[in-house]
Structure formats: structure tokens, C-alpha cells
Design a protein around this ligand. Structure first.
Ligand code: 5AD
Length: 484
């Protein structure tokens, strides 16, 4: 395989660029030098990396919603509402599913249908079809930085258009936007697509334009042990920095046990800095993003606010730089703007109440951090061994070998051999390790914690626990106990 972690060749980048910009007619409006000038004309208050750096220094936690509709004016109206009525610190543009699949003709039909019917017939903002000038209208209509949030295996054209359009943050990565989203796309191909995106951002950085990159932390969103999502986040960080990215926000999805979640937030930047240094890559700005509950939600809005609040409290106590907010409509589908704003207000109320509190370092928290560090290092060191030092090559081989294995992923490039389950306090552990390279001590720790749950529930640890855990939150619990 000609895959490598090393910086993409300039000729290869330009060759691909011709092809990428020709994939849809709006590609022709991307003119790099002009886009650099536009980005440089933005006030600091609209630049993600600047605001994140300020928040990190002050120990703040920012709130950001997800949101996107088909038509430009409605999209702008929605974002303004979330900014003014919700108090969003950062804004998103969530991209629709056709665009995520590079199906621009169908996205165009969705736009036209939305105009005819008078409401959004797409589940997000089709930024490629709207093009550079429309993206700039979005940026100019709001006062805070705006990020592209999506789930696109090949996001090269989307990145070209939105960054030329003034977006200052781009979510995703070659692993995190492949494994949870696709069945048949190879990891090798998506790593290459994302190296293009990261190299593009590297070129902007070389011109003095700051674009933040955010690997998608939660992966499949359900029962993902922190060490697995951390390993993926660190690899995507390494791959990005190798292409010239200089501002990274690493993500983690709420598991639900406060101690484990705070330990995960504490260890994520430590691991990223450690592996960037180990691989001889430059020190970059690293911040963290915590995702409120990514699993199933209760239908009842009052209960949903409870789930949202627990995520907000965890983000605040774990000192995440940013929290991605859920809405009381999560169980139903795309939220109304009012429901979306309500989720942000609930979250911000808790963030401000807890801003001066931290979780004290107890023996339990220290142990949890030690385990996450040891587990993640075990995975990452094996990835680097498999790649003979090359993180890109190692990643492909690691997925083949099940050394990285994401639970409940649809991808046939993922081994799917591990089984996660909660322990008796709700922390996510492994019931079946598959080929994850955990040492004896770590495996013993997981076994003992799950065995304790078995004793508490009078049953042997089994697959039934996993199923019970998946449905637990919908029934008002975190741990899926046999009888309530
Ligand atoms: N607007 C608001 N939220 C969205 N999500 C997906 N698309 C949109 C959209 N257009 C949310 C889902 C889920 C998460 C993965 O993204 O509700 O919470």
C-alpha cells in the first residue's frame, strides 16, 4: 500500500484538487488566494481556534448545538435563533445525508422540493450545492464561529467549499467518519481522503489562517470504552498534524459514569500530546469536546432534559473546553429551533452554576485515569508496531487485526469482536476483549468489575447485560439491571 503518515506530496495534492473541484459546479468558485484573504478578513470573534484558546486559558466550557436545514435563509434564521435565544457560544452547520454521501444531484432535488413545499426536506444544510458565496452569507449573519459538522467519508469538496466560505472548523476524520457511518468503504481510502482535508487546512495555516479540526469522538455512540475512542482520536490527531493542522479539538462521548467520564476528559489531551511528541510532530493547540449522551433518548421531554443535564454537569466538572448539546426532541428526530435552544439554555445554566467546581482527585478517579492511560497506550503502541512506526499504515493493519475494534459499527473493515458492558457503577468495561491488546492486569480489572455487577444482580455476566445496557436509558436507568 502506498499509504503513509507523511505529508502529502504537493503535486499529488494539486492533481486531486483539479478532480475534487470538478465534482460539482460550485467547485469552480473556490480560489485559494482569495479564500485566504476572506478568512483573514474575519474578526477574531468568528475564528474557532481563537475563541477555543481563550476558553481553554480561562478554564471555560462552551456550549454548541447541532443544526442544519435545507434552505439558506431558513438556515441563517435557525442559527441566529440558537445564538440569540439559546446563547450558543459556537454554531454548527450540520450537513444533510445526501451531501455526506457526495450525492449532490439528489441534494439539489431536496433543495428544490423544500422551496416548493415550504419546509426543509433535507436533514441538514447542503453546503456544497449552496456554494462559497452562500456559506459566506451564513458566516456574516452570525456573531460566533461556525463549524461544519457532518459524517462524510470523502469530505474533500465539502472542505474546499466551506473553508473558502469562511467556516473556521471542520469535524471528522478518516476513521471516525468511516467506521460508524459506512459499510463498504476501506479505511485506507478514507485516511487518504482526510489527509487531503488536513493538507488543505495545512496550506491555509501556512498562509496564517487558523482552521480548527475536530475528530468525531463518540464513534458509534453507545458503550464505546474511553480507551478505544481515545486511541482513534489520538491517531486522527497525529494524521492531521502530520499534514499541517495546528489546532485540534479532541472529542469524547459521554459514557454516563461521572468518574470514568471525567477521567476520560483529563487523559485525552495528555495522550495526544504524548504521542505527537513521541512521533516527532510539533506541539499544537489541543482542546477537548464532550458529547452529551449519544445513545438512545427517552421520548418524554422532561426526562430528556435530565439526560441533557447530566451531560452538562459532567462536561463542566471534567473541564471540557466545549460541550455538544442534545435537545428534548432527540428521540423524535430533527428538533425544532425552540427545542434546540432549550437544550442549550439547560446546558448553559448548569455550566455557569458549576464553573467554579471541579471533581477532586480521589483514589478512584486516579485509578480510572491510570487504566485509561494504560489501555490507550497498549492499543496505540501496538498500532505503531504494526505500522513499523507509521500511524497510517498501522491503523489499517490494526483494524484488520481487531487491535482497534469499535463496538456496534456497521463497517466490514471493523472486526466487531469486542463486547462492552457496564460495571455495577455504570462505567463501560469489556466483557469480551476480542483482539484488543490489553495486558493481564487490565483484563483482570475489567473482569473483576463486571463480576461484581454479576454478583449484585445475581446473574452470570453475559450478552444479556449488553442488551439490557443498550435499552437502559430509555427505561430511566444507566445500568440495565434485570428487574429495574
Ligand atoms: N439538526 C439538528 N440536529 C441534528 N442531528 C443530526 N442532524 C441534525 C440537524 N439537521 C443530530 C441528531 C443526533 C446527532 C448525531 O445529530 O439528533 O443527536
Amino acid at each position: 500500500m502506498d499509504l503513509t503518515v507523511r505529508q502529502m506530496d504537493a503535486d499529488e495534492f494539486q492533481r486531486q484538487r483539479q478532480e475534487v473541484l470538478g465534482q460539482w459546479q460550485t467547485g469552480k468558485d473556490v480560489v485559494f488566494e482569495e479564500a485566504v484573504a476572506y478568512q483573514k478578513s474575519l474578526p477574531k470573534s468568528k475564528v474557532f481556534a481563537e475563541k477555543l484558546a481563550e476558553g481553554k486559558e480561562k478554564g471555560m466550557t462552551f456550549a454548541q448545538p447541532r443544526a442544519g436545514v435545507a434552505l439558506l435563509n431558513e438556515h441563517i434564521e435557525l442559527l441566529r435563533f440558537l445564538q440569540d435565544e439559546g446563547g450558543a457560544d459556537f454554531l454548527p452547520s450540520t450537513i444533510d445525508s445526501y451531501t455526506r454521501q457526495n450525492r449532490y444531484t439528489e441534494a439539489q432535488a431536496g433543495i428544490e422540493e423544500s422551496v416548493m413545499i415550504g419546509r426543509s426536506m433535507l436533514n441538514g444544510f447542503p453546503a456544497v450545492n449552496h456554494g462559497v458565496a452562500a456559506c459566506r452569507q451564513v458566516i456574516e449573519s452570525v456573531q460566533v464561529p461556525v463549524q461544519v459538522r457532518h459524517g462524510t467519508p470523502d469530505a474533500r469538496l465539502l472542505a474546499e467549499i466551506t473553508i473558502a466560505g469562511g467556516f473556521t472548523d471542520f469535524e471528522g476524520g478518516g476513521i471516525s467518519y468511516n467506521i460508524p457511518y459506512s459499510k463498504d468503504v476501506s479505511i485506507e481510502s478514507t485516511i487518504k481522503y482526510w489527509q487531503y482535508v488536513d493538507r488543505l487546512i495545512g496550506l491555509y495555516e501556512e498562509q496564517g489562517v487558523k482552521i480548527n479540526r475536530e475528530p468525531f469522538g463518540p464513534l458509534t455512540g453507545t458503550l464505546v470504552p474511553p480507551s478505544i475512542s481515545h486511541a482513534v482520536a489520538v491517531i486522527e490527531g497525529v494524521l492531521a498534524v502530520a499534514q499541517g493542522v495546528r489546532s485540534l479539538t479532541l472529542g469524547y462521548g459521554q459514557c454516563g459514569n461521572l468518574i470514568q467520564d471525567v477521567a476520560a476528559l483529563h487523559t485525552l489531551p495528555v495522550l495526544a500530546e504524548e504521542y505527537l511528541a513521541k512521533l516527532g510532530l510539533p506541539k499544537v493547540m489541543i482542546t477537548t469536546v464532550f458529547h452529551q449522551w449519544m445513545g438512545g433518548f427517552p421520548q418524554d421531554e422532561a426526562k430528556a432534559f435530565g439526560v441533557i443535564s447530566w451531560g452538562a454537569a459532567t462536561a463542566a466538572l471534567g473541564k471540557a473546553t466545549k460541550v455538544i448539546v442534545k435537545t428534548p426532541h432527540e428521540a423524535l428526530g430533527i428538533p425544532t429551533k425552540e427545542a434546540n435552544a432549550a437544550g442549550i439554555r439547560t446546558t448553559k445554566q448548569i455550566l455557569t452554576m458549576l464553573k467554579d467546581q471541579t471533581l477532586p482527585m480521589t483514589e478512584e478517579l486516579a485509578l480510572e485515569e491510570e487504566m485509561i492511560l494504560a489501555e490507550t497506550r497498549g492499543i496505540l503502541d501496538r498500532v505503531l508496531d504494526l505500522g513499523e512506526g507509521d500511524a497510517a499504515v498501522g491503523t489499517v493493519r490494526a483494524f484488520q487485526a481487531g487491535v482497534i475494534d469499535v463496538p456496534f459499527a456497521p463497517s466490514r473493515y471493523n472486526a466487531g469482536k469486542i463486547l462492552p458492558a457496564r460495571d455495577t457503577s455504570g462505567a463501560v468495561r469489556l466483557l469480551d476483549f476480542g483482539n484488543i491488546p490489553f495486558d493481564k492486569r487490565i483484563k483482570e480489572f475489567h473482569r473483576e468489575r463486571i463480576a461484581q455487577r454479576g454478583r449484585d444482580e445475581n446473574r452470570d455476566p453475559s450478552f444479556q447485560m449488553v442488551i439490557d445496557d443498550i435499552y437502559a436509558i430509555g427505561k430511566g436507568m444507566l445500568v440495565g439491571r434485570p428487574r429495574g
